[in-house]
Design a protein around this ligand. Structure first.
Ligand SMILES: [Zn+2]
Length: 413
């Protein structure tokens, strides 16, 4: 390239990508989707955790039953509330693992670049709700399917992990011996893989869950929910169906009872969805060539689910401060109030800086600086963690009331 062309290119690049400003995705996914997938998946998660250490937490939730490979989970975001996505219950469905890793990479990048996608600030979202990813629940099964036994669905011990949950365990008859698919094991949760996911669910108290599978482009969402739980699940399922183009499986055809989603719905009375991503159903791993279309359909599923959980857990709320009524919102269990009104009632000064998007509240020698959509605030220049971020809605800044009360309610005039 001659010098003139070089400079011309540099000018174009500097306009399109300001140097050092934008994070790009860090994972190279195609080489993961082959033999060695379990080790490569864990390395990919490690890479994400190193790149985004301020917003991720990588943990080992158990080991696979046969080979003892570590099963890892990674949290993305700083929100106190959690949602779960798990992939790879079934060995031959490892393209779901690729999808989970891709979503993780995509959302971590979007957080870092402070992007707004589909009208949602990714920071506001992930500072309120964290997403837990379990990209590969069944490393041994995936390894078998990607190397020597492409139709292998079970774990390394021949137990079909999505038939190892307790919901209808006693009544459903399946094959009697370990095999490539359809053996439920000796007891519910007999396998270290399902134990690991069960324990994570109890520990993290997920608001909702998605289990990715790969046969048939449909969404399972129903397991005997009634009343309000039915309405909530049906509505969310409709949104996911619209986003992905996958058909909803009607309750009359949801006859599972041994799978993760059935168990989650029954145990926690919260929504869970089995999302089947594959167009072809031929008992073998999906072809890499199907992936781009799957990605397009699913890339925003998690952010939409997170946003829907926030929407459904935000309600009008009022309380009294200094004997005066103040109206705000209850966001999960945190009351947020308009900064203007709480400042008037508590005799505080406040200002809003449109450039830095910060709200500054002060009285006497106490100052609190909150940045919209961020979890951290500064109290007299020391960091405090907010229960939920401050945010702007309809031109009004809302701030978490408890933090304001903690700092300013005892000040003597
Ligand atoms: Zn499956």
């Amino acid at each position: 390239m001659n010098l003139k062309k070089y400079y011309a290119l540099m000018i174009v690049l500097s306009i399109v990508v300001p140097p050092g400003l934008l994070q790009a995705k860090v994972l190279d996914l195609k080489p993961i989707y082959t033999a060695g997938i379990s080790e490569k998946t864990n390395r990919a998660m490690q890479k994400i955790n190193t790149t985004y250490s301020d917003i991720t937490e990588l943990i080992t939730i158990g080991k696979s039953a046969k080979e003892g490979t570590e099963i890892k989970a990674i949290r993305l975001g700083k929100g106190d509330k959690n949602i779960l996505i798990n992939s790879g219950h079934h060995g031959r469905e490892a393209l779901t693992t690729i999808l989970a890793l891709d979503q993780l990479d995509y959302l971590a990048e979007a957080y870092t670049n402070n992007e707004t996608i589909n009208g949602y600030s990714i920071r506001a979202l992930l500072n309120t709700v964290s997403i837990w990813f379990v990209p590969l629940l069944n490393p041994d099964g995936a390894e078998l399917a990607m190397s020597t036994l492409p139709s292998w669905k079970a774990n390394g011990r021949g137990v079909d992990l999505n038939r190892n949950y307790p919901t209808l365990y006693a009544t459903v008859k399946l094959s009697k011996a370990p095999s490539a698919e359809g053996y439920k094991g000796t007891a519910p949760f007999s396998e270290t893989e399902t134990q690991a996911l069960r324990d994570l669910c109890y520990e993290k108290d997920f608001e909702a869950a998605i289990a990715y599978h790969s046969a048939g482009q449909v969404i399972y969402w129903w397991y005997h929910q009634t009343g309000e739980a039915y309405g909530k699940s049906a509505e969310l399922a409709g949104i996911l169906s619209q986003m992905t183009g996958y058909a909803l499986v009607p309750p009359s055809q949801s006859t599972g009872g041994l799978g993760f989603t059935d168990w989650f719905i029954q145990e926690f009375d919260r929504p869970s969805f089995t999302v089947e991503i594959g167009k072809t159903v031929n008992q073998k791993p999906l072809k890499w060539g199907e992936y781009q279309e799957i990605w397009k359909k699913n890339k925003n599923v998690l952010l939409q689910l997170g946003a829907e959980m926030i929407k459904r857990n935000t309600h009008p709320w009022e309380t009294t401060v200094n004997d005066q009524t103040i109206r705000g919102e209850m966001l999960f269990e945190s009351g947020v109030v308009p900064v203007r009104e709480v400042s008037q009632i508590m005799d505080l000064s406040y200002s809003y800086d449109v450039i830095t998007k910060t709200v500054t509240i002060s009285k006497a020698d106490q100052t609190l600086v909150l940045t919209l959509n961020e979890k951290e605030a500064l109290h007299n220049n020391e960091q405090v963690i907010l229960p939920v971020p401050a945010y702007l809605a309809n031109g009004t800044s809302y701030v978490p009331l408890q933090t304001v009360l903690d700092i300013f309610s005892d000040i003597q005039e």
